[in-house]
Ligand binder design. Structure first.
Ligand code: PEP
Ligand code: MG
Length: 324
């Protein structure tokens, strides 16, 4: 399937009305890295580090992780890789950690909450990341941040680890970029101070949508019940775009919906211009985005909203059909 899109692999994604959209890929294993070349992705917008922890039967050691992250950066050959720190709990349970009995795991002790309560593993992981960089630029992202204080505390851990590395005489990255996933609605309403301090945000649409509609992403009865192109959800995403524009915060979207061409087109139309997805989605998404005017799609979305439609999907699909 990648061959079908080979002719546009090296082409920048620019819409028919000249808007540049950056397409990145999601990864989690060393085996994903060759796709960086074969898909034409501009970088890794989300590297899910928990996969390395999940495929083992004991906690990986720091030096093992550093060696692995170094191989990832080598394979990326200068393209940006955003490493997300360990995102466990809820659906991702480490076989060597005591399972938690929680009534609502998705709302429970997970991701950054675990990391801040038991900082040992995060410190070890941060140290492995800094060593892997060996002086090269490094991007680190925290999962599941719900309020400013969690970001500030996680950021302070990074600063502490950097200071320690320097004291030990190790090189530190020439440029370090620290960002957060935006996957709880609360973070969209954090203070301007948060938006100005954080270097970048990436919308985790899988979790954000689950909490926005109060519909468990793991529950077959409800997971597909609410359309991503529902006008409420699009308005919410648009508000996040506006806040990031106003505060100069870099923003991307890295949930699974970014890899669905019609969704990606609508996201780009409302101003989300950095999308990270499965490598196999890059070709189909790029091909669709290059054929249409984002300004016109934006108008179609706005008209559907004014007509009171619940989801813009049908209007957008009709527009695509009529103009092809
Ligand atoms: C998300 O929530 O959209 C996301 C990218 O993270 P994960 O799917 O790993 O929870
Ligand atoms: Mg998530």
């Amino acid at each position: 399937a990648q061959e079908r899109y080979a002719s546009i692999r090296e082409t920048d994604c620019v819409s028919a009305d000249g808007k540049r959209v950056h397409l990145l890929m999601n990864a989690g294993l060393m085996a994903d890295l060759p796709s960086l070349v074969s898909s034409g992705a501009e970088g890794v917008g989300l590297f899910r580090t928990e996969l390395q922890f999940l495929v083992r039967n004991q906690m990986p050691r720091r030096d093992e992780l550093a060696a692995l992250y170094k191989r990832v950066l080598d394979a990326a050959a200068g393209k940006q890789v955003i490493f997300r720190t360990l995102d466990i709990g809820s659906d991702k349970v480490l076989p060597y950690m005591k399972p938690q009995e929680e009534p609502n795991p998705a709302l429970g002790w997970r991701a950054i909450r675990v990391a801040l309560d038991r900082p040992g593993v995060m410190r070890m992981q941060l140290q492995a990341l800094l060593r892997a960089a060996d002086g090269r630029p490094m991007s680190i992202m925290f999962p599941f941040i719900a309020q400013y204080e969690e970001y500030a505390r996680a950021r302070a851990e990074v600063d502490k680890v950097i200071a320690r590395e320097k004291r030990l005489g190790h090189k530190v990255p020439e440029r370090l970029s620290v960002g957060c996933m935006l996957e709880t609605p609360s973070l969209a309403y954090a203070s301007d101070r948060f938006f100005r301090e954080v270097e970048f945000l990436s919308i985790g649409g899988n979790d954000l949508k689950q909490f926005f509609f109060a519909a468990d992403r793991e529950n077959e009865r409800v997971r597909r019940r609410y359309d991503t192109l529902n006008v409420s959800f699009l308005s919410f995403l648009e508000q996040i775009v506006k806040r990031c524009e106003a505060t100069g915060t870099a923003l991307s979207f890295c949930g699974e919906d970014a890899g669905r061409p019609v969704e990606a087109l609508c996201f780009a139309a409302i101003g989300l211009r950095r999308l990270s997805m499965r490598p196999a989605s890059i070709g189909p998404v790029k091909s669709l985005l290059m054929r249409y005017s984002l300004t016109e799609i934006r108008d179609v979305i706005e008209e559907a909203r004014l007509r009171g439609e619940q989801s813009v999907r049908q209007s957008v699909m009709e527009y695509l059909r009529d103009s092809s």
